[in-house]
Design a protein around this ligand. Structure first.
Ligand code: ARG
Length: 472
């Protein structure tokens, strides 16, 4: 005896099954609670597929119109928050298709030559393409914020650190521009990964394509899966097409690296804002207080950004582990990819945006920077270079300056306050002009190599980035 049809029969369980899934199985396997956000791209893909089915003679013009109108109507309802998602219909694909079919009979023809396996691969590629573009836009804004902060304080010099010990003086802007460079490489990685994301898997079917005369190129072109010459880009192996998630992993990998760069920047900010450094101040709106200690003003945006890098790195590990050992081709395990992907995209985008906003609300405490940069020990290497220019082998110069530093230390004198006689007592190569080594302004002007923190070079870099980022 025929049983009463259930909503899920509309799409996937017709015929073969005598019962629906047990309630806990349904709850365990549903993905609508998170994949609903693919709806826009699911509809976009379905309209392209239907348009192709029409040109292949599988749909009539009237059927295509009914499907297209129906999908657009559903899209408008989802957008307006009026669409009811049904968990018993498992995922976004079945929810939309079942509702379409309930409204227009032609909906039952939409899934011709298509499987949810190539459909989900398509949806995620479409979604990720948009996401990559959005993240790239935000990253460029962050670069601007960094350049802008540098331009507001072009003359500020701070100690550069190695081993978190004072090393050599650098312009504050030079330090910030280091991050601009990192994010420029990240943008390159995003663009590179976008190339491999921008390939259409539809037409791969469940695993082995279709016997129907589908036009894959037509679908690809409608959805913008084209190369620079406008030629359609479609996946070349149906088994790979339904099971490949490399493009997601690439995105999560690039995102993990972005998160790591953000985390390092956050760490610098956290140090700089501490009383021990005191180089910067963050506006109240971008800090938080303590519930107990009235004096506290904490850099929580930077701390959370540093902390969130952990989950972004974790998401990458989760995806790699998900794929490892998965036999060809589609396995339901793959449904686990989306939450990691979504979380990575959401988290990184928010961190990038909040970091930019925080930098826009940061001021530099120039006096504190100047005091730290005035440490003459920062110019110990310059002192060795001074001796090298007088003909001393560098290894010897390094040794001599080490002795000078040791002498200054044990006599509790700043390096730049030693007398010429004291310098000469250590090595006779020193002459009167040794005092010029400790003029910080001159020291910065002497750094002329490309990429160095020299006065002219940093200005050149700032100008160049201002131009590249189309800033005023
Ligand atoms: N919700 C599924 C996923 O995210 C869609 C594909 C389902 N395919 C299947 N054969 N059950 O992976």
């Amino acid at each position: 005896m025929a049983r009463t049809p259930r909503p899920s029969d509309v799409v996937s369980r017709s015929g073969r099954f005598t019962s629906g899934p047990a309630a806990d199985v349904a709850a365990f396997s549903e993905s609508i609670s998170f994949d609903w956000r693919l709806w826009r791209h699911d509809i976009q893909g379905s309209i392209a597929h239907a348009t192709m089915l029409r040109s292949a003679g599988i749909l009539t013009e009237a059927e295509l119109k009914a499907i297209r109108d129906g999908l657009q109507e559903i899209g408008a309802e989802i957008e307006a928050g009026k669409f009811t998602w049904k968990p018993e219909l498992e995922d976004v694909h079945m929810n939309i298709e079942a509702e379409l079919t309930r409204r227009v009979p032609a909906g039952a023809k939409l899934h011709t030559g298509r499987s949810r396996n190539d459909q989900v691969a398509l949806d995620v590629r479409l979604w990720l393409r948009d996401e990559i573009d959005a993240l790239a836009g935000e990253l460029r804004l962050l670069q601007r914020s960094l350049v802008q902060l540098g331009r507001r304080h072009p003359a500020v010099i701070i100690p550069g650190y190695t081993h978190l010990q004072r090393a050599q003086p650098v312009f504050f802007a030079h330090h910030l521009l280091a991050y601009v460079e990192m994010f420029a490489r990240d943008l390159g990685r995003l663009a590179d990964g976008r190339e491999r994301t921008n390939v259409c898997p539809l037409g791969s079917g469940a695993i082995a394509g279709s016997t129907l005369p589908l036009d894959r190129a037509l679908v690809a072109k409608q959805l913008g899966f084209v190369d620079s010459l406008g030629k359609a880009r479609v996946t070349q192996n149906s088994m790979d097409g339904v099971s490949d998630r490399d493009f997601m992993i690439e995105f999560c990998s690039t995102s993990a690296l972005i998160a790591v760069h953000l985390s390092r920047l956050s760490e610098d900010i956290i140090l700089w804002v501490s009383s021990e450094f005191g180089f910067i101040r963050i506006a109240d709106a971008y800090t938080t207080g303590s519930s107990l200690m009235p004096q506290k003003k904490n850099p929580d945006v930077a701390e959370l950004t540093r902390g969130k890098s952990g989950r972004v790195i974790g998401n990458l590990m989760a995806l790699l582990t998900l794929l490892k050992g998965l036999p060809m081709t589609y396995n339901r395990d793959l449904q686990e990819d989306k939450e990691r992907l979504f979380d990575t995209a959401d988290t990184v985008r928010r961190c990038v945006r909040l970091t930019a906003a925080m930098l826009d609300n940061t001021t530099v405490r120039e006096a504190a920077c100047a005091a730290a940069a005035a440490d003459p020990l920062l110019l110990a290497t310059d002192l060795a270079d001074y001796l090298v220019l007088k003909g001393m082998p560098f290894r010897k110069a390094h040794h001599v300056v080490g002795a000078v530093v040791g002498y200054a230390e044990s006599n509790s004198k700043p390096l730049n306050k030693l007398t010429l006689a004291e310098f000469k007592s250590i090595d006779t190569t020193f002459t009167e002009d040794v005092t010029s080594v400790f003029d910080l302004k001159e020291a910065m002007a002497r750094r002329k190599l490309p990429g160095s923190p020299g006065t002219r070079e940093v200005k050149r870099q700032l100008d160049q980035w201002t131009r590249l980022l189309a800033m005023k």
